[in-house]
Design a protein around this ligand. Structure first.
Ligand code: ZN
Length: 411
């Protein structure tokens, strides 16, 4: 992502705020719809919600006056967030059974309401090269639907992008971030296959036995963050002190996000270079909803928000990693339906919940095979991926649809 400061005129500012309001409205509608969902009943999919959006646009002129791209992408963002949440919930349930109740982390919380003035933004897709222009050495312009050209500061060269996101921070500053498509990386052409399992304690386990951890804040930084958050709670609203503390918190969080982004780039490049076939879990929302109907309870009320947020961050990191893999290794990423990968013995194929004796270890109750639980799962994913790929695969479509989306499987 390359981010630039956007400088709309006061009139343009109003239209941008309108786009944000529409995106927020659509997102909140999707949240509300999900809250009606009962286990055993199919939840509305993306396509169905797009049809409902058309109906809503027909009924409400103020919604119809806005950009349909902005509104549809808000739905797509919601589905991506929901898929990520669902995956972390499933994992929380899988692993929770192996952890003593008093040490069990809180359930991850689902995507929630967006409030005015917080995390405001929208996404534009189907961007063509002529939609971004350079005015001179210092200024560029970007074409925003229903608005026209908006100036941005050319702080560095703009990458070729098929989509961009416009955001407004709490201080009222606008930014535009172009999602650049990284070039494809050639594989080793040795037929090397890898399975990748997503985890909470281990961010990703490879079938080769490697355990990868996504970096976060260092212990000293985490302590400082907690301190700042306590200070913020005590600071008087509107005071200078409060403003300073907020800024310091934002800086720490940005540092963490940078490290995670960096890890995702390096890991995806490394995997694309070392392996010809990369097998990952499929996080298809509809498939997950089906397999979950009647079995996954909705998480209880009052779950600790912090722990839930932590899960969500890891889940998002996973989505980004898979996106990047599909861009850097087009046609070489195989998604597999990952039911029971964590409970199946990779040596004999026996499926038993009891084989997962504790979080880090797997011991097959049938044959006694022992392995790191995540590595065992990664090997099952690699095996399943090879089977699907041999059948002609339904893996990533290759260079045809390379528009960066948060999750490939949500449409
Ligand atoms: Zn076994």
């Amino acid at each position: 992502m390359s981010r630039y400061r956007l400088y709309p005129t006061p009139a343009q500012d109003q239209v941008l705020m309108g786009h944000c309001a529409h995106a927020r409205y659509v997102w909140n509608l999707a949240v509300e719809q999900r809250s009606w969902w009962q286990p055993g009943r199919p939840a509305p999919g993306f396509a169905q919600q797009c049809r409902q959006l058309s109906e809503a646009r027909a009924a409400y002129p103020w919604l119809a006056a806005g950009s349909v791209i902005v509104q549809q992408q808000a739905l797509r963002d919601f589905h991506a967030a929901y898929a990520a949440w669902f995956a972390s919930l499933r994992e929380w349930r899988n692993r929770g059974a192996t952890i003593p109740p008093d040490q069990r982390p809180a359930a991850p919380s689902p995507p929630s309401w967006r409030r005015r003035g917080r995390r405001e933004g929208f996404r534009i897709v189907a961007v063509r090269p002529e939609h971004v222009r350079r005015l001179n050495r210092r200024w560029g312009v970007v074409l925003v639907p229903k608005l026209g050209w908006v100036r941005f500061r050319l702080s560095r060269p703009v990458p070729v992008a098929r989509s961009y996101r416009v955001t407004r921070d709490r201080a009222g500053r606008w930014h535009v971030a172009f999602a650049a498509i990284p070039p494809a990386i050639p594989g080793p052409s040795t037929g090397e296959v890898v399975g990748v399992d997503r985890g909470v304690t281990v961010s990703a386990a490879l079938s080769t036995g490697e355990l990868l951890r996504i970096p976060g804040l260092r212990p000293t930084e985490r302590r400082r963050l907690r301190l700042l958050e306590r200070r913020l709670a005590r600071a008087r609203p509107g005071s200078n002190r409060r403003h300073r503390v907020k800024l310091a918190i934002a800086r720490l969080k940005a540092r963490e996000a940078d490290r995670r982004r960096d890890w995702t780039e390096k890991t995806s490049t490394d995997l694309a270079r070392r392996f010809d076939l990369i097998c990952v879990e499929d996080l298809d929302v509809r498939a997950m909803t089906r397999s979950a109907s009647g079995t996954v309870e909705r998480p209880g009320r009052g779950v600790r928000q912090k722990a839930g947020l932590n899960h969500a961050i890891l889940a998002n990191g996973w989505g980004r990693l898979v996106d990047r893999l599909e861009q850097k290794a087009p046609g070489r990423v195989q998604k597999v339906a990952a039911a029971y990968t964590s409970q199946t013995c990779n040596a004999c194929g026996h499926v038993a919940r009891e084989s997962r004796e504790s979080q880090p270890s797997f011991r097959c109750v049938a044959c006694g095979h022992q392995a790191h639980a995540d590595v065992n799962a990664a090997r099952n994913i690699a095996a399943a991926g090879q089977v699907v790929a041999a059948r002609g695969g339904q893996g990533s479509p290759g260079p045809v649809n390379r528009e960066p989306l948060t999750l490939g499987a949500v449409a």
